[in-house]
Design a protein around this ligand. Sequence first.
Ligand code: GLN
Length: 252
Amino acid sequence: MAELEQGHAPERTLRVCALYPDLMNIYADRGNLLMLERRCSWRGIGFEVAAAGLGEGVDPDAHDLFYLGGGQDRDQRLCALDLVQAKRAALHAAADRGALVLGVCGGYQLLGHRYALGDEEIPGLGLVDLETIRSDGPRLIGNVAIEVDLDGDGTLRTLAGFENHAGRTQLGAGERPLGRVLKGHGNTGSSGAEGIRRDGVIGTYLHGPLLPKNAWFADWLIARALGLRQLAALDDAFEDAAHAEARRAAGV
Ligand code: GLN
């Protein structure tokens, strides 16, 4: 980028807080961060990522996007207890001021009130009104595609990915899903709903990782986080092919 070669600091910087990047990283969900980093740097937008692990607090004002990937029940349990003890108030403050919070699969489940496994209950952040119950039934596994209207203007776009979860997630009556299932299982396997969206708080079961398979969504997050109406176009030949392949795998 010309302005970087001239040694100028980028005008804008996307500041990301990665929550438990080592523990909550199933299906290489951390690749989502790499995708954000690349798409920022290709445009001359700065990118900073700070990790917040077990026992570490977070500054609600220091980041534009808080990210929590997926995890096994065991790792989720560890992180859930820490989230509630060490990070809950800060994440509520961040969401209240409009920061983005993105949770994928196990991370998505922890955005809600609880994840119940038989007699045990893993506490959640309570950022959104949902709860998840681990089912004895089959895991919900496979390629998945959903239709989303992120700007609420009737423009429908597709997110494609891969899901693998034992939990079934029920949204509270006042909540809206992220999207409508086109192919795959989604929140419960039968509701037709996938994920959740309340303002800047977004949860989804889609791994992939999600963003490399859906470059347009990475850009939507960057633009929203930075308050930009439009981002410079990139040569997306590879990204478009990855998206097309993910859709094809899901059968849409
Ligand atoms: N452990 C959770 C479940 O099985 C989430 C799994 C995941 O993140 N892929 O429902």
